[in-house]
Design a protein around this ligand. Structure first.
Ligand code: AHG
Ligand code: MN
Ligand code: MN
Length: 334
């Protein structure tokens, strides 16, 4: 055999790191890997939808064609519903959480929150998109899952990860013991460990802001955006702006190269745009585990007590020294 470590082998190898592990998390992570491969298969056909049948129309078998984000949502829901480990899910695509009433899943000890397709405006233009997930232990003790099972702080996450559908497909996850990245080898349909123990550089020269919103930023953020453009050899400025508008892809790049990603409060979105449960907490867990920082500007993202499922929060996350530099500006100028 070649020197390949597959995702399944890796997850199994790591099971012993959890005392009293019953194998449930192992099975759950494997199920997520499989669901992501099914989503990947559809993503890879995205541009063909127009010639094979558009979303909202019937396909040749008389089945309704689904939009990719609805398709991804259903794939994940089915993986969890029939997997047996998860008693309830909450997804960006559904107004309310969904508690499973089937055996054996209704006894599952985990709940999962997810963004089935992140960066969906990029689907039609063939630019990287992603999937984000977050796993918590259920806290309610009997009967169907409750809202309280989902309104847990990010610091309670058992595991979190994302899949990025880029030039290649990668799955990156953490269980709180570092971050590991796997690249899908499409010829054999297997995720292979390609990025062991990922570490975010403390410094970087990339900033990922939607600067079109500059006029509605706080004074501090405006000053930071001005500062990055100044010429200064010692700090390597001007920095380069990199903004894909797929949070997963933006943070994945910054994780590897070093950078800061920000989606602040704006006039149109006073709490920012990104959702705490589906986007900010899971990405914050990964970023922190890789040595980076994730904050609202006032508070660590993972310390926020959620109050509703679809809650939005402002977010600044990325390389430690870069986030701290942004905070210097927001603290000085507000
Ligand atoms: P989604 O496609 O799940 O709604 O998320 C898109 C999000 C996020 O991925 C990205 O960082 C942000 O929206 C981009 O927003 P702007 O277009 O306002 O910059
Ligand atoms: Mn999203
Ligand atoms: Mn989405």
């Amino acid at each position: 055999m070649m020197n390949i470590k597959t995702l399944n082998e890796f997850i199994l190898d790591k099971q012993h790191e959890f005392p009293y592990a019953s194998g449930d998390l192992t099975r759950l992570l494997n199920d997520i890997g499989i669901a992501s491969k099914i989503i990947n298969r559809e993503v890879r056909k995205a541009g063909l939808v127009n010639i094979l049948g558009a979303a909202g129309t019937e396909n040749i078998q008389g089945e309704d064609q689904q939009k990719l984000d609805v398709y991804a949502d259903n794939q994940f829901i089915n993986a969890f519903k029939y997997g047996g480990q998860v008693c309830a899910i909450a997804s960006e695509e559904n107004d309310d959480f969904l508690a499973f009433d089937n055996e054996p899943s209704k006894h599952g000890k985990y709940v999962v929150t997810f963004d089935p397709l992140d960066g969906s405006s990029n689907i039609d233009v063939n630019v990287s998109i992603g999937t984000i997930f977050s796993i918590y232990r259920r806290v309610s003790t009997d009967g169907p899952a409750q809202l309280e099972d989902f309104l847990q702080k990010g610091s309670e996450q058992i595991a979190a990860g994302y899949v990025v559908y880029g030039p290649s497909t990668m799955l990156v996850y953490t269980t709180g013991k570092g971050v590991n990245g796997f690249t899908l080898d499409p010829s054999i349909g297997v995720y292979c460990l390609s990025h062991p123990n990922m570490k975010m550089p403390d410094d970087g020269r990339l900033y990922s802001f939607n600067e079109g919103n500059y006029n509605t930023y706080s004074k501090g953020l405006q000053k930071y955006c001005d500062w990055v453009k100044e010429e200064d050899k010692s700090t390597g400025r001007p920095y380069s702006c990199r903004y894909i508008a797929s949070m997963v892809a933006d943070i994945h790049r910054n994780l590897i190269k070093g950078g800061v990603f920000c989606y602040p409060a704006t006039a149109g979105s006073p709490n920012g745009k990104l959702r705490l449960l589906y986007e900010c907490n899971p990405m914050a867990f990964i970023v922190e585990q890789a040595g980076g920082v994730a904050t609202t500007g006032n508070q660590r993202i993972m310390d926020i007590q959620p109050t509703s499922l679809h809650q939005r929060v402002p977010v600044i996350m990325g390389s430690k020294n870069m986030v701290n530099k942004v905070l210097e500006f927001t603290q000085q100028y507000g």
